[in-house]
Each structure stands twice: as C-alpha cells, then as structure tokens.
Design a protein around this ligand. Structure first.
Ligand code: FES
Ligand code: FES
Length: 150
C-alpha cells in the first residue's frame, strides 16, 4: 500500500507499486493534463512535482511518492493563477499545447528554488523539456516575467 497526497488530497494505492505516476494520474484519477510523450524521461511532457521537485512521471514509480506529495498541473493553482500560468498567458506561449503542462511544471519548480534565475539557469532547468513546435523563445520570456512576480 502506497499512501500520499496528490493535489492536496490524501490517497492510497494498493496496486503495483512500480506503476509509473503518469499512469496513476491519468488512468486512475482521470487527470489528463499531464501528457505522455516518450515514456523514457526524454521529453518532459509528463513532468509533475514530487515533494516540490520536478520529476518525469513516466519513469517515476508510484512507490516513490509513499508518504510524499504529488502535484500535477491541475493542482498547481486551482484557479490557474500561478505566476507561471499568468506569464504563459501573457506571452501566448503555447502553440499545439502538448508539451506545455510539463513546461509549466518544470518552470514552477525552478522558480520555487531559484526565484530570480539567470538566462543560463533557465536554459539549464528547461533543457530537458522538448517542444516540437519550437516555443522556446516565448518560454524563456515567460519564465522571466514569472520570475519578476515571485
Ligand atoms: S513522457 Fe515522460 S519524459 Fe517524455
Ligand atoms: S507547443 Fe506544441 S509541442 Fe510544445
């Protein structure tokens, strides 16, 4: 039995503890904001927070969340008003949108530990999040805008 909080709600799971968190949030809870991209920790589309850090949910077993706390894009801010989300709207960052919840979760984790990141720190933190639409310039601008608000 694995016990944890997800988006502020305490839950337990008595299935396979090796099941990736991504499967749990999408298939067990129906939270579809976290996306499946590569399934191999190579694209960042599945990024969620585990105990405040950005992790790839496609390769992180649910057992890793035992007695911990998971946050998905749905729980980042119930009203969608996290500074990163506001900045994303201001800069019209998404194109197709598929990678964007992962991008936002990665950026939010960065700003939680590094509120005023340099361009290099932003690039280093975001480099594992792939955007096939090439929205990287708007992502950089939005992270800088969000950093000015946190
Ligand atoms: S789906 Fe998890 S990193 Fe690509
Ligand atoms: S907005 Fe389309 S993959 Fe990033």
């Amino acid at each position: 039995m694995v016990s944890f909080k997800i988006n502020g709600v305490r839950r337990s799971f008595d299935g396979d503890p090796n099941m990736p968190i991504l499967w749990y949030v999408r298939d067990e809870l129906g939270l579809a904001g976290t996306k499946f991209g590569c399934g191999r920790a190579l694209c960042g589309a599945c990024t969620v927070h585990l105990n405040g850090s950005a992790v790839r949910a496609c390769v992180t077993p649910i057992a890793a969340a035992n007695e911990g706390e998971i946050t998905t894009i749905e729980g980042l801010d119930p009203a969608g008003e996290h500074p990163v989300q506001r900045a994303w709207r201001q800069h019209n960052v998404p194109q197709c949108g598929y990678c964007q919840s992962g991008q936002i979760m990665q950026a939010a984790a960065l700003l939680a530990t590094t509120p005023k990141p340099s361009d290099t720190q932003i690039s280093n933190a975001m480099q594992g999040n792939i955007c096939r639409c090439g929205t990287y310039q708007r992502i950089l601008a939005a992270v800088k805008t969000a950093a000015s608000e946190v």
